[in-house]
Design a protein around this ligand. Structure first.
Ligand code: ZN
Length: 352
């Protein structure tokens, strides 16, 4: 019997909606998802009373750890500390950073993890990548995606709108990342995974054309689902390729060169995606992306990120070195510092 399809690695459970935190009991009662009763909850120091109280009721015997520091070194120390006690499952509860630490700790110890999101700021919710702070900006570490993802809309009520809209930028940037991947295929013969592209593009198109706003339930559900789809797209091809191209290189460069000016990841990759599309000569896509970002009061231009034109130029020049081996429009054009300066100034003028 020939193999006619492939197995897709994805979370076994994705529960998005009102009150879905209560589904945690059923998940924990399933031995296929939770192989034992020794549970460690990793939360942030700013976790709301509401979520903490609810969770303590649902997992009264769990060990609680507050992750204060998002560096790779701190995550490694935490993973080693918890290994000496030994656990069966890690529950991460918080925003992107806490979920990334929880995924890292779980993967380092080969324990399963569950992600409970308290914001929707980036596509790490169900992804096989953990983004941690490093000495120079941020680093990406390959990990196992969570076995279950819970997005309880009731827990998002107190989330600042900016930490919800940032996720929109991360999803929209898929469009530019996919264009970079297709360009790499044409220019270097790199293999493109069509299924990963289908998932990542569907997620982005949902955000591109959804008329709603982060105040609406149906929009938040679409955003959470898009974040999950992006995560599965990355897991499917074993890399961040369908969701990360020049847009992300530019964002990493901003983090490295101007750490004191860093804005949420989704804000920076959104601007990066519009600029990369402009650079690609794809004006309709650049306009679509800019329109969608503005619909949600998101940054489009360097100045919206608090960067001067010269600072943004420096970031674009530095960008390719942040992700060696990734072929994008930046590596393809290989422009001089001067030529990049000209393009950035044209971009600023066109999108003002
Ligand atoms: Zn991203």
């Amino acid at each position: 019997m020939p193999e006619l399809s492939r197995l897709v690695a994805a979370p076994s459970v994705v529960n998005i909606g009102h009150g879905t935190l209560n589904t945690l009991s059923d998940i924990l009662a399933d031995p296929a998802l939770c192989p034992g009763s020794r549970i460690v909850v990793i939360a942030g120091k700013n976790s709301s009373q509401e979520v903490t109280a609810q969770l303590r009721e649902l997992v009264p015997d769990a060990t609680w750890v507050t992750a204060e520091n998002g560096t790779e070194e701190a995550a490694q120390i935490l993973a080693t500390e918890l290994r000496t006690t030994g656990f069966d499952l890690v529950i991460g509860v918080g925003g992107g950073r806490i979920l990334d630490i929880a995924k890292f700790v779980a993967a380092a110890n080969q324990w399963p993890s569950i992600a409970i999101a308290t914001n929707l700021a980036h596509d790490g919710l169900a992804s096989p990548v953990s983004i941690l702070d490093a000495q120079t900006g941020r680093t990406s570490v390959g990990v196992t995606p969570p076995v279950a993802v819970i997005v309880d809309l009731d827990l998002l009520k107190s989330t600042p709108p900016a930490m919800l809209s940032a996720g929109i930028g991360d999803i929209l940037s898929n469009i530019s990342a996919i264009a970079d991947w297709e360009l790499a295929h044409e220019a270097t013969g790199e293999t493109v995974d069509g299924v990963a592209v289908a998932l990542a593009r569907t997620a982005a198109d949902t955000m591109l054309f959804h008329p709603g706003a982060v105040q609406d339930d149906d929009f938040l559900i679409a955003l959470a689902e898009s974040l999950v789809l992006s995560g599965i797209a990355m897991t499917m091809c074993g890399s961040s390729r369908p969701c990360s191209g020049a847009c992300h290189e530019i964002s990493h460069a901003i983090d490295q060169l101007f750490p004191e000016k860093s804005k949420p990841h989704g804000f920076q990759v959104g601007v990066g995606a519009v600029f990369a599309s402009f650079l690609r000569g794809d004006q309709p896509t650049a306009q679509h992306l800019a329109r969608a970002l503005r619909q949600h009061a998101m940054p489009v231009l360097p100045e919206d990120l608090g960067l001067t034109t010269d600072e943004f130029i420096a970031a674009v020049v530095h960008a390719p070195s942040t992700r060696p081996g990734r072929y994008t429009i930046l590596e393809h054009l290989d422009l001089s510092h001067e030529a990049i300066g000209e393009k950035v100034r044209e971009f600023v003028q066109a999108f003002h």
